[in-house]
Design a protein around this ligand. Structure first.
Ligand code: B12
Ligand code: GTP
Ligand code: MG
Length: 395
């Protein structure tokens, strides 16, 4: 089976009109497209960085507040400058983009502009026709990050087509033995055999995993002025269907040249990760990052996405105080397996009770598990500071 089309969508800087793009995203997803949504108020640099890291076929921009001729052209120019002009640009902005504007934008390299009154059907058809063909002849990567992004696509596409099968010997993968020769020899992607620290985040949908990761990334970047970090983030999807890969929209601090983020759809695999996760993670861990963070999809009680002898060095379970009662706690498998349990949203009313109940539950395990309370959405939260120190100090 061919891999789904992957596109990135965004709204330009100083523009909060996201209602149109939200509707369009949904329609694309319903028609088999994987949409990485970057959110609104995004700069040219942030959009191009994200598109290169995600190695998408195209960028869809929705612009309402003016300046669209310059903004779209800015994206096209920067892609060109970065050697990534195989990533195409299209978009719309209702009545704010005139036909003359659109003609000028097309002359500057924009693929297509959609006007008010265009049906969602027409846009979906356009995306399938224009971006649905496999990208066979790729341009030579101009940077290490671009090469890494292409390799990750090769791995994901390999699984989608059935050419690659899930490796069971993860430790061996990690040592590079299961990686193909061209990946091992790559001038850019694998500079040395240094092992990045791999930290796994899991927990129920909406518990605050991405917000927390973004705050921890901020602390990491401040603490290590030359440090580099990779994030592998998952959202759910069914085989052959589309998906909204939305974690980037929550990220603020991670829009940084020292952060490499890749969003993955689970493509039908249960348990919180994708069939290609382990190979992608192995590649990232052997690249030039100090740390690799992996975020699972929002998981249920039965999930145990990280194997004990696998590639992840430290596992964190991020909980929401509203998990139910003590009885529900007995059923959450990850409470037995996580190295660190985080009660996020501890600004909420039930947080103190949640802390006490989870503490008692962990005491029964008699392992050296740690419990931390955080408010990830609060800037400079002391709980997140404590968690950051704990992660740094725990070997
Ligand atoms: C809804 C709306 C709002 C909502 C936004 C809600 C939200 N979260 O998005 C609210 C009320 C918050 C709002 C606020 C403002 N708005 Co307003 N808003 C609109 C309005 C009425 C509709 C835009 C819309 O969503 N249309 C629905 C979409 C689906 O349809 P469409 O626009 O026709 O788009 C078609 C295609 O272009 C295509 N398309 C669009 N985007 C994309 C992207 C891709 C990838 C693709 C493939 C296709 C595509 O899809 C549609 C298919 O038919 C327009 C006026 C209008 N009638 O267009 C003003 C308008 C855009 N707003 C305007 C202004 C000025 C503002 C404010 C600055 C007002 C103020 N002074 O506070 C603020 C700014 C907010 C901000 N932070 O940026 C002006 C912009 C003027 C300009 N550029 O010169 C407009 C044009 C109103 C006007 N006539 O003055 N706004
Ligand atoms: N009240 C409160 N809200 C928070 C906190 N942290 C995150 N949120 C909000 O919770 C919502 C979900 O946050 P995310 O970080 O996207 O959660 P997630 O666990 O990554 O979600 P999925 O990836 O969809 O599973 C967002 O609206 C956040 O702003 C917190 O500490 N307190
Ligand atoms: Mg998330």
């Amino acid at each position: 089976m061919a891999a789904p089309i992957r596109i990135l969508t965004a709204v330009p800087i100083c523009d909060g009109h996201d209602s149109a793009i939200n509707t369009i995203n949904l329609e694309f997803i319903r028609h088999g497209v994987e949409v990485i949504y970057l959110g609104y108020h995004r700069s040219v640099g942030d959009i191009v960085r994200a598109a290169i890291q995600e190695d998408v076929c195209a960028i869809g921009i929705s612009s309402y507040n003016g300046g669209h001729i310059e903004f779209f052209a800015g994206v096209v120019d920067l892609l060109r400058k970065k050697g990534a002009d195989d990533i195409k640009v299209f978009g719309g902005g209702g009545g704010t983009i005139t036909h003359d504007d659109a003609a000028s934008m097309k002359r500057k390299g924009v693929d297509e502009v959609f006007f008010a009154g265009t049906s969602l059907d027409e846009m979906v058809k356009f995306v399938h026709q224009r971006y649905g063909k496999p990208r066979t002849k790729r341009p030579r990567p101009k940077s290490p990050r671009q090469e890494l992004a292409h390799k990750l696509t090769e791995i994901e596409d390999g699984y989608a087509s059935g050419k690659r099968k899930r490796s069971t010997r993860l430790r061996q993968d990690y040592g590079g033995q299961a990686l193909s020769k061209n990946v091992r020899d790559s001038k850019f992607a694998i500079r040395n055999s240094r092992k990045a620290r791999v930290i796994g985040f899991t927990g129920p949908g909406g518990a605050g995993k991405t917000t927390l990761i973004d705050e921890l990334v901020l602390r990491f970047l401040n603490r290590n002025p030359k440090g580099r970090i990779a994030i592998l983030s998952h959202d759910p999807s069914v085989v052959g269907e589309g998906a909204l890969l939305g974690d980037r929209a929550t990220m603020i601090n991670s829009q940084n040249d020292r952060v490499f983020m890749r969003s993955m759809a689970t493509r039908g695999q249960a348990g919180g990760l994708s069939p290609a996760t382990h190979d992608c993670l192995a590649l990232l861990a052997r690249s030039d990052f100090d740390c690799v963070i992996i975020e699972t999809v929002g998981t249920g009680q039965e999930a145990m996405p990280f194997q004990k002898d696998g590639i992840v060095d430290l596992t964190l379970l991020v909980m929401n105080p509203d998990y139910g009662s003590r009885l529900q706690l007995q059923k959450i498998v990850m409470l037995d397996l996580a190295d660190v349990v985080v009660v996020n949203k501890s600004d909420l009313q039930r947080a103190r009770t949640a802390h006490t109940e989870i503490e008692q539950r962990l005491e029964q395990n008699r392992q050296s598990q740690q419990l931390v309370d955080t408010v990830a959405k609060r800037h400079r939260d002391p709980g997140v500071d404590k968690l950051f120190e704990l992660i740094c100090n725990r070997g």
